[in-house]
Ligand binder design. Structure first.
Ligand code: BJW
Ligand code: ZN
Length: 246
């Protein structure tokens, strides 16, 4: 039996399936992954270095412009067959917990409900100082990749920041607890399109494997595997996942 057949069998028997997604699940929608090289205004920057509170405070317009450019990009793309297959899988198993590291809204637009968002969202900015939520009033106002001064908070006049989790910041506590509880209690965990290098999300497959769940990685690149109950399917999410629901 090949690994896809094994995965199908495991899913058919699963009482609780966890799907953990990373940037690779949105790649076939045309969204660059986090570790793809940046372009244009940001080509000399490393995404890892821009996604920090320090980078934002050093040059707010550079960082806010990067996030507005990305918000515009997301608004102009569509969910791909991988997002759609995950939404379909949720209807085929007794329980599916979707955990995403992505800050786009493509899972929701594909029909997935209640995704646990570990790293926040591009669409829910807040004040850097008082955390008051900020409502976008318009689609991103940028013709090209450019710096944009962040809007002001209506409550305290502080600068608005993206509603995402940057390096060195805590993940939303309740969401993180729910994600770990799901990993501890599932029988199958499917890790899709993540490099698995960013913590604490990177611990979730390991936690599931230690609790004897079957863990499968779907990625065009080989994944680091440490447990006997861990397997990989080398391939693109948009090709592999639809096979599970056809
Ligand atoms: C395809 C495909 C296709 C392509 N189909 N696949 C323990 C050990 C070491 C360090 C730490 C640790 N605990 C905490 C840390 C520090 C830090 C960390 O992890 N650092 C590491 C880099 C070493 N973590 C944190 O700071 C976290 N906070 C925290 O732990 O708080 C407590 C604390 C505070 C202070 C000190 C210590 C503890 C916060 C992490 C926040 C991450 N935020 C970002 C940015 C979000 C906003 C934004 O988007 O701008 O989240 S970073 C970035 O990485 C983003 C992603 O969600 C995340 C994961 O990336 P992902 O999704 O895996 O994407 P890629 O691009 O890396 O990989 C894409 C994959 O897709 C590749 O494998 C491709 O092959 C594949 N692919 N096409 C399927 N078609
Ligand atoms: Zn404020």
């Amino acid at each position: 039996m090949n690994t896809i057949e094994q995965l199908k069998n495991s899913i058919a028997k699963a009482k609780h399936l966890v799907v953990l997604t990373g940037a690779g699940v949105s790649a076939e929608s045309g969204v660059p992954t986090f570790r793809d090289a940046l372009t244009g205004l940001w080509e000399n920057f490393d995404a890892m270095a821009l996604a920090t509170p320090e980078a934002y405070l050093r040059d707010p317009a550079l960082v806010w412009g990067w996030y507005e450019w990305r918000r515009k990009l997301i608004l102009n793309v569509q969910p791909n067959p991988a997002h759609l297959a995950i939404a379909t899988l949720a209807k085929r198993v007794p329980k599916l917990t979707l955990i995403t590291q992505n800050v786009d809204d493509l899972h929701e637009r594909a029909g997935s409900k209640n995704a646990l968002r570990l790293h926040g969202s591009l669409f829910h900015p807040r004040c850097f100082d008082c955390e008051n939520a900020y409502q976008f009033k318009q689609a991103p106002m940028l013709e090209k990749e450019q710096k944009i001064t962040p809007p002001e908070c209506a409550q305290c006049g502080g600068m608005v920041r993206p509603g995402v989790v940057w390096f060195g910041e805590n993940l939303p506590e309740q969401t993180l607890q729910q994600a770990f509880a799901a990993a501890e209690n599932c029988d199958v965990l499917l890790s899709v399109g993540t490099s698995g290098v960013v913590y604490p999300a990177a611990m979730l497959p390991e936690v599931a494997a230690q609790q004897d769940a079957q863990v499968f990685h779907i990625n065009p690149q080989p994944s680091a595997m440490r447990f006997a109950n861990e397997q990989q399917i080398i391939g693109k999410a948009g090709l592999v996942l639809p096979e599970l629901v056809e």
